[in-house]
Design a protein around this ligand. Structure first.
Ligand code: BGC
Length: 720
């Protein structure tokens, strides 16, 4: 698109205060606009108001991308908002673009990011009935003043002074900044999606007044208060209470996550607009008058994605787990798939996204969301083919980790599988190949991936004491992912009609080398990846050994990020469905249900974020909203309920449920690109009753017998 606007900024920095830019104009009475549009983006995050009313409902626009290469602009239809005299006001906060992310690392890129001025780029385009266009682009005729937002930043929160009304206006300055990286909005917009009313307000043993929303959400608090001008509100955010029942937020590390608000006179309702928090509890450090729950609402803010998956069963704790998985996704799908929404991190960790992408794509329609993020992944990929640990790449670490960088191949392939559009493969194929090429050149052993620095089976429970990494061999994991990514390049290439013979040869060589180097497996995760990635020479025997190992371990999982998503799949895929359910239903630590028993409302980073004695696993690495282990949901859809695509996009589906009496009943459904598929089973006195609804041709497998069926709703009886 051709632009006339120039980048503008305030003449001098306003310190922490967020500037508000404005443009005033009169409507041409002879040639009023038949159509009016606002095209806009910022270095930071913006909120625009025209004649006092909010323009659009995009929160934290322009969203988060690899800004230097790809900065989204938004286009709003403002025709209906015009008056005779018009005033557009745009407040710009630091957002992700000028933030000190991540809290734990310093690098050159971060210094440059922080040093950038607060920039605005906008065009008001007015078109009259004859099609004549008038463009008012940002330039030195626009003005700026100090907004009531005295401070706003992603980690530290927001300070607002309701008494402030910008009075002094100065001319903005044009400055040199490229427009070549500007792209139209690609992702889903971020919106206020849900409102959660406060459940209770209580006083902790330490005497703190705390609001409990009963649900961990990502977003912000809206409160109503009757106050005198100058009175203060100060809120701190927390996810959990400590052993004594006191407010706790040490796990936010350096993120202050604070709201400060100075009141004007009277009854007023407010929420921040240029930041967000991950929280269930809010501590009222200062609040005028006695606080009542009806004065507080948590507003959940996330990418506008449609819920497509549903899971329900006869075990209340499992239903809570399902709810936690959905909330974990909502809380971490705020434009970028992040590890967590609260501490001084909130980054697009590639490994976490890769682990969860299948579940994510069944739960919600995330095609647009992932397509946009994958474009950033490719844009940030190094010339060597190395993929960053996080995307957008705020770490700039050129040494990638296996299972993290492999997001480059795994995510596009999964998005293709779930939604059936080749576009994602067309867009990402070069990036996928570059990633495999990186490994081929970086490894110290041909056809394996040895050397390098990896996260291994991150947070595996068999970690040697003091280490975050499980004891699975890093080279084995890395080589297994090398095989997987190569295989996905082959599959993607075949879909696209590319010549993949070189990759086919490479794949065969990797499998051969893997089998020679790793004839036996030592941990649950090693077995799991070897079998699941098709590398084990005798998969049934390896699965038998894995099952025996899990039993020897007391029917406990010991897997971390790498093994956990596939563990139950391997067990149920090789005759150990019963054991898979035992792991799923286990309530003692370590298990998926242990956090549920401990009151979790989202998925925890650690199996024992809160330990049995009520203490914390650690202070510095203990998120209570980390979606990765929620990937177990794809096992529930695909194995327990038995729904899986036979063709990309579910144009044909298989429904092969594997019921278990301990659940009583289970119902799962997915609204796919080709219609709804729903699977329900229920134990009754004389057997299991199945009800399968499918809007696409299906292969339904009940008790090992296949039925080829067209769209319809079918009932079967099976053995109990
Ligand atoms: C994040 C993880 C991430 C990991 C890399 C952590 O700090 O929270 O989820 O994948 O670092 O090992």
């Amino acid at each position: 698109m051709e632009f006339q606007a120039k980048w503008i900024r305030p003449q001098t920095g306003l310190g922490d205060v967020c500037p508000v830019f404005r443009k005033q104009w009169k409507t041409n009475a002879e040639r009023p606009a038949a159509k009016a549009e606002l095209i806009i983006t910022a270095v930071g995050v913006y909120e625009a108001r025209l004649n006092g009313a909010r323009v659009g409902d995009f929160v934290l626009a322009p969203g988060w991308t690899s800004y230097e290469k790809r900065l989204q602009y938004q286009t709003y239809d403002i025709t209906g908002m015009l008056q005779e005299e018009n005033c557009l006001e745009v407040t710009v906060g630091k957002g992700w673009a000028r933030s000190p992310m991540p809290g734990f690392a310093d690098n050159e890129e971060k210094k440059q990011r922080l040093a950038q001025p607060c920039g605005l780029f906008a065009e008001i385009r007015l078109t009259d009935a004859e099609g004549n266009e008038t463009v008012m682009g940002t330039d030195a005729s626009w003005q700026y003043g100090e907004s009531p937002i005295r401070f706003s930043e992603i980690y530290d929160g927001e300070h607002y002074d309701a008494r402030v009304c910008p009075e002094t206006w100065s001319d903005a300055v044009e400055y040199e900044r490229s427009c070549e990286n500007l792209i139209p909005q690609e992702g889903e917009k971020i919106r206020e999606m849900e409102r959660v009313q406060a459940k209770r307000i209580f006083v902790t043993p330490a005497g703190e007044t705390v609001v409990d929303f009963g649900q961990e959400v990502t977003g912000y608090v809206e409160f109503t208060v009757d106050a005198k001008a100058g009175q203060a509100v100060k809120l701190l955010h927390g996810e959990v209470l400590d052993r004594e029942g006191n407010f706790y937020r040490d796990n936010y590390r350096d993120a202050k996550a604070e709201l400060q608000y100075i009141c004007r006179d009277g009854v007023q309702t407010w929420h921040p607009s240029l930041t967000f928090f991950g929280f269930r509890y809010v501590k009222l450090e200062e609040f005028p008058g006695e606080a009542r729950p009806e004065q507080f609402t948590a507003i959940a803010v996330y990418s506008e994605m449609k819920q497509t998956g549903r899971l329900r069963c006869g075990v209340p704790e499992l239903n809570q787990l399902f709810s936690n998985i959905f909330w974990g996704q909502k809380g971490n799908f705020l434009d970028v798939p992040t590890d967590c929404p609260q501490r001084d991190e909130r980054l697009g960790w590639t490994g976490d996204a890769e682990v969860f992408v299948k579940t994510a794509s069944y739960n919600f329609d995330v095609e647009t969301f992932f397509n946009k993020w994958l474009h950033d992944l490719a844009a940030d990929q190094f010339a060597s083919g190395a993929v960053g640990h996080v995307v957008p790449d705020y770490l700039q670490n050129q040494t990638p980790s296996a299972a993290w960088g492999d997001a480059a191949a795994i995510c596009p392939w999964q998005i293709y599988q779930t939604y059936g559009s080749r576009k994602v493969l067309e867009d990402q194929f070069e990036s996928m190949k570059k990633w495999v090429g990186y490994i081929t050149h970086a490894t110290t052993t041909p056809n394996l991936w040895t050397g390098g620095e990896h996260y291994g089976d991150w947070l595996g429970l068999d970690a040697p004491s003091g280490s975050y990494k499980g004891s699975s061999r890093e080279d084995l994991i890395a080589s297994a992912f090398y095989a997987l990514s190569t295989q996905l390049v082959i599959k993607a290439g075949q879909v696209l009609g590319e010549d993949v013979t070189a990759y086919e040869r490479l794949y065969q060589d990797i499998v051969k080398a893997f089998r020679a180097a790793y004839p036996e497996y030592r941990t649950q995760t090693e077995y799991t990846v070897a079998v699941w990635f098709g590398l084990a020479e005798n998969p049934q025997q390896s699965a038998d050994e894995l099952a025996a190992m899990v039993k020897r371990d007391g029917c406990q999982l010991k897997t971390g990020f790498v093994g956990t998503p596939f563990l139950l799949h391997v067990l149920s895929g090789y005759g150990y469905t019963d054991l898979a359910y035992t792991l799923l239903l286990r309530k003692e630590y370590p298990s998926w249900l242990y956090p549920v028993i401990k009151g979790a409302t989202t998925i925890w980073e650690h199996w024992d974020g809160i330990m049995e004695d009520g203490g914390f696993w650690s202070v510095d690495m203990n998120s209570f909203n980390h979606y990765a282990y929620g990937s177990v949901a794809d096992w529930v859809y695909e194995e327990a309920a038995g729904i899986r695509p036979l063709e990309p996009g579910f144009s044909r589906v298989q429904v092969a449920p594997k019921p278990d009496r301990r659940l009583g009943w289970l119902e799962a459904s997915i609204e796919t690109r080709n219609g709804l598929v729903r699977s329900r089973w229920e134990y009754q006195e004389d057997g299991v009753r199945y009800e399968i609804e499918t809007e696409m041709p299906a292969v339904i497998v009940i008790d090992g017998v296949s039925h080829q069926l067209s769209a319809g709703t079918y009932t079967f009886w099976g053995e109990a």
